[in-house]
Design a protein around this ligand. Structure first.
Ligand code: ZN
Length: 124
């Protein structure tokens, strides 16, 4: 892939990802996000995870439906992006907002939820 990377999978071995039910292969995170549909009963959410060194990472927990109907889950994060100033201007933030919007939140609600989490980070 070239150009902007919207998400970094939590684990490099996350992709290619295989659906255990139908065997479909998602080569990378963009295929995973574009070739699946949102899961309404398990909304994607933001999670904070403490690291061994005491710092925190912000993860987006994403639930998606495979074409066969199976539920797939993946974590995305970008630690480096989150530690930089101006996170709100970055593509990652916009992408997170878009995914949260798919869960039924308004853009305003999604942005507020993300900003609140990011603020909590800076206070730690
Ligand atoms: Zn499947």
């Amino acid at each position: 892939m070239s150009g902007k990377k919207e998400f970094t999978p939590l684990q490099a071995e996350s992709f290619p990802k295989h659906c255990r039910i139908c065997g479909k292969v998602y080569e990378d995170q963009m295929q995973f996000l574009t070739q699946t549909t949102p899961v309404t009963y398990a909304p994607s959410s933001i999670r904070e995870v403490a690291q061994e060194d005491g710092s925190h990472d912000l993860y987006l927990e994403v639930f998606r439906h495979c074409g066969c109907g199976a539920t797939l889950m993946e974590f995305f994060h970008s630690r480096r992006d989150l530690s930089e100033d101006g996170i709100t201007r970055r593509q990652l933030f916009d992408s997170m907002v878009k995914i949260l919007e798919e869960t039924g939140q308004t853009r305003q609600q999604a942005r507020a939820a993300l900003l609140e989490r990011l603020k909590a980070f800076r206070e730690n």
